[in-house]
Design a protein around this ligand. Sequence first.
Ligand SMILES: C[S@@+](CC[C@H](N)C(=O)[O-])C[C@H]1O[C@@H](n2cnc3c(N)ncnc32)[C@H](O)[C@@H]1O
Length: 200
Amino acid sequence: MTKRLDPQEGYSRFASTYDENEKYWDSFEKNHLKEYFEASKDKKVLDAGAGTGRLTMKLFSAGADVTALDFSPDMLEKLQKKNPDIKTVEGDVENMPFEDDQFDFVFSSLTLVHLKKIIPFLDECYRVLKDEGKLILVNVHYRRPMLLEDEKGKYTIKCHNHFPRHVREAAEELAYNIEEEIIVTEGDDVWVSQILILRK
Ligand SMILES: C[S@@+](CC[C@H](N)C(=O)[O-])C[C@H]1O[C@@H](n2cnc3c(N)ncnc32)[C@H](O)[C@@H]1O
């Protein structure tokens, strides 16, 4: 029997093998984030839903003052093993443990798909961004949940696909300025990811 797990429990089980799929995770971004990694040099940056640090490590290498936020201690532990100097914070992206107006950039990839609602997360990102700060958001579309397996059995992690139009509308409702939107598609024109650059 396959269990459908909440993200916190799911990622605690997935943490040990998550990095084996790094190329697959990268494929949702198709190198579109590179210029924003470069722009993050010497900036205060948050990686929201950082996981094992796929983006955090790139930001750190680019010279950003980066903080990794995630509610899975097991995912963050993997990140800390890669580089113990990187700041990690355990917490919820919908209720962030940070003061207002802290960050020049918030990056968030592959995390919105695990949240039921769009607005509370976008609202939190807006709150912690400085004026003119930018949210670099990667919203993915999982056509079917990934079937995972470990010694405890088969499981999937709960997902909520959010259509690009709904994310755009939520961003506009919160008074973000939409600087850029890239829709990555597959051969048959089905969207696989939406990359949004939102300015406060
Ligand atoms: C698919 S992983 C993405 C990790 C990393 N951003 C990447 O692109 O490789 C999703 C991450 O979001 C985290 N996550 C999901 N919901 C969260 C929430 N409400 N608060 C904090 N982290 C959350 C999970 O623990 C997991 O580490």
